[in-house]
Design a protein around this ligand. Sequence first.
Ligand SMILES: Nc1ncnc2c1ncn2[C@@H]1O[C@H](COP(=O)(O)OP(=O)(O)O)[C@@H](O)[C@H]1O
Ligand SMILES: [Mg+2]
Length: 308
Amino acid sequence: MIEIVDFAKTYGRFRAVRGLSLQIERGEVYGFIGPNGAGKTTTIRFLATLLEPTRGRATINGFDVVRETNEVRRSIGFMPDSYGVYNGMRVWEFLDFFGLAYGIPRGRRQTLIDDVLSLVDLSEKRDDFVNALSRGMKQRLCLARTLIHDPPVLILDEPASGLDPRARVEIKEILRELASMGKTILISSHILTELADTCSSVAIMERGELVASGSIEKILAQVAANRTASIRVLLEHERAFRWLEAQHDLSEVTREGDRIRFGFTGSDERMAALVSQLAQRGHQPVWIEEHKPSLETAFLTMTKGKLQ
Ligand SMILES: Nc1ncnc2c1ncn2[C@@H]1O[C@H](COP(=O)(O)OP(=O)(O)O)[C@@H](O)[C@H]1O
Ligand SMILES: [Mg+2]
């Protein structure tokens, strides 16, 4: 549904995106993740037909984002990372304005406005002023605006940023509902965990380059492969530490008092053998702890280029 081939964007001599290729299937909720400055907004603005690429091409719904901008704009609902304030406009007027911009006839606009307001749970705010809404409500209203022409593709630039936890949950619920309606959704965030339970796939960007991409399951498997463990021993900590350090299948072995920590990718049997050998060597192991990195840690590791 969305295909990006070798997209690059240079601002002056600064290379913001350096040859990005991605393919997003119909019906996917695709997370576009990366820390600030990774190139997410640049890529999204290119897809939204608002930015000329230095190199590369992309198609959405079969239309070329550079040559067929009108068809692309009709195919997408785009929510930018910041929006203006519409002083003195009521909620329904705001939506009516955008409906008109899309050339939707008046009678049909009324029905559509009611539909999208109910979808984002703002029906009761229909006649309220936009600037009197809470931040979460404004964000939902912007989401409603992207839906007014019933596009098959939604492109949302950090729609949950700056929202409190409750408002984030509400946005996620709406996204799930939209996904169940068959929309293809590209959504960016600088927080991986924010999207992990909503997305089917993710792409992780760092400094203009793709670091990892694939199904959430695949990313989680990479996370599991990067676990660490710590063992506490009662006797001769330093000797136990040196012995563990000499084991070729352990990595980054460190000691803090009686606690020895190390990277471990082996089997449970191997861990059991290590513990029993420590016991045989007289160290009296008393406590073992497994640390599976959180998605957040994995994200930080990946964006430092250690994982791929
Ligand atoms: N118009 C611009 N002129 C110069 N540099 C820009 C411009 N827009 C973005 N950048 C730079 O490109 C990099 C990527 O920005 P952006 O795409 O906004 O990243 P993200 O959305 O992932 O935070 C950043 O270092 C940013 O400062
Ligand atoms: Mg951005």
